[in-house]
Write a protein of this length. Sequence first.
Length: 118
Amino acid sequence: MKIGEFIKAVNTTKDTVRHYEDLKLIQPSWKGSVKDYKDKDINDFMAIKEMKDMGLNLKDIQVIFEVKRNFGCGSPSLLSNIKQKLHHQLYALQEEEKEIKKKKLNLQETLKELDQLI
């Protein structure tokens, strides 16, 4: 399929597709002088979106895709790499959650103090 069809299939923009191509995350084949996007490219795009939704950045996703290309989808190396990245993201979110809870408690305390003044 051509880029227009691909963009509709994955609900994105041409700029996003080009950026992912520059990062070697999506690698369409060529049909003559035209890029030809396959189901594999749709699957890769959806995997990128899913990983981004989990909080992984594009550099982490690049590493995961590189391991996938070198060792295959079900390789222990790929799965270990993904697991490590997700553990790191979980830890970062837990730390962020602690900070938000502290801020929330401080805000609640300030509001209590203000209520006593009014």
